[in-house]
Design a protein around this ligand. Structure first.
Ligand code: CNA
Length: 290
């Protein structure tokens, strides 16, 4: 059967072509998919960067495998490593980066449909971005609950425990308390599932600071219509899978003029993008005021 060809949407595979697309098409439904890479400049390590990423620095916890620290089955048996790590990650000591403020600026320009973030550091909230624009796809440290009886825990109590690297237990049933971040083996928050129709309405997708290794989040890159440009801003290429069964495949170097990759520091790339859009001063002001 004949497949319908989507029209070519960008002039070429450059950042300038994306900027022209934004200006010429009065883009107003941008979806930003973000990950740990946008918070490394705030001093929070990501998972997978060689050397500095958390997975390379978990030896002291003697884990059977690195991801175990965020695995629900492992946590139920051995919560101590997670609580030891939570001490280092807990929100409160870190501040939003230029990338976070760029996302807020998109919203102030009435161009942001939604920011789907994998991050649990709550820096999106701290940047002043409207809560209605944020989907914390993997939950956050902002709330916590008992894994046995589901009772909501007092966030202050859990934070105090975590900051002492002590395991928090439920006042009701003595079960383990876990911050409401999504572990491997758990389903994503309802708010994530309830808003997925956003992707049908997107007119630009910006994927930033993520290795696109965690599903189902990563697969969302394929949920925007076939003629919608997808801009990756990341240290290295992500979302490229050789296997045709993998479900998604960015075409950074070849294929139709839709996918653009800007590699390197995301803060630098965002500054450049802001400058090309004529927003450099506004971004700087937001960042300074923050
Ligand atoms: P990841 O797998 O560690 O990937 C991060 C990506 O960002 C990598 O491709 C890096 O190359 C890239 N990167 C790192 N620093 C920069 C930079 N300065 N500029 C540009 N690119 C950079 O992390 P993902 O988010 O893809 O993985 C999903 C996990 C990570 C989620 O479940 C998160 O909860 C979890 N996580 C979150 C945080 C946080 O909230 N800040 C920290 C660590 C892990």
């Amino acid at each position: 059967p004949k497949t319908k060809k989507s029209p070519v949407v960008l002039k070429d595979k450059s950042l300038q072509a994306v900027v022209d697309y934004i200006k010429e098409n009065e883009v107003k439904n941008v979806i930003v998919m973000s990950g740990a890479g946008i918070s490394t400049a705030a001093g929070i390590p990501d998972f997978r960067t060689k050397g500095t990423g958390l997975y390379d620095n978990l030896q002291k916890f003697n884990l059977p495998y690195a991801e175990a620290i965020f695995d629900i089955e492992y946590f139920m048996e051995t919560p101590e490593p997670f609580y030891a790590l939570a001490k280092e990650l807990y929100p409160g000591r870190h501040f939003p980066t230029k990338v976070h403020y760029f996302i807020r600026l998109l919203d102030e320009k009435k161009m942001l449909l939604r920011n789907y973030t994998q991050n649990i550091d709550t820096l999106e909230r701290l940047s002043g971005l409207s809560p209605e624009r944020i989907i914390e796809a993997h939950g956050s440290f902002a709330t916590a609950s008992c894994v046995e009886c589901d009772k909501t825990a007092d966030p202050g109590f859990v934070k105090n425990k975590a900051l002492k690297a002590e395991v928090a237990r439920c006042s009701e049933c003595n079960g383990l308390i876990k911050p409401d971040i999504t572990f491997f083996g758990q389903s994503l928050p309802e708010r994530f599932h309830n808003n997925l129709s956003d992707f049908d309405n997107a007119d630009l997708l910006i994927v930033i600071g993520t290795s696109l290794m965690v599903h189902p989040f990563a697969g969302l890159v394929d949920h925007v219509p076939g003629n919608v440009p997808r801009l990756l801003i990341n240290m290295d290429e992500a979302g490229v899978h050789k296997s045709p069964n993998h479900g998604f495949d960015f075409k950074w170097k070849y294929g139709k003029k839709r996918d653009v990759a800007v590699l390197g520091s995301c803060d630098k790339s965002i500054e450049k993008l802001a400058q090309m859009l004529g927003w450099a001063d506004e971004l700087e002001d937001l960042y300074k005021e923050g």
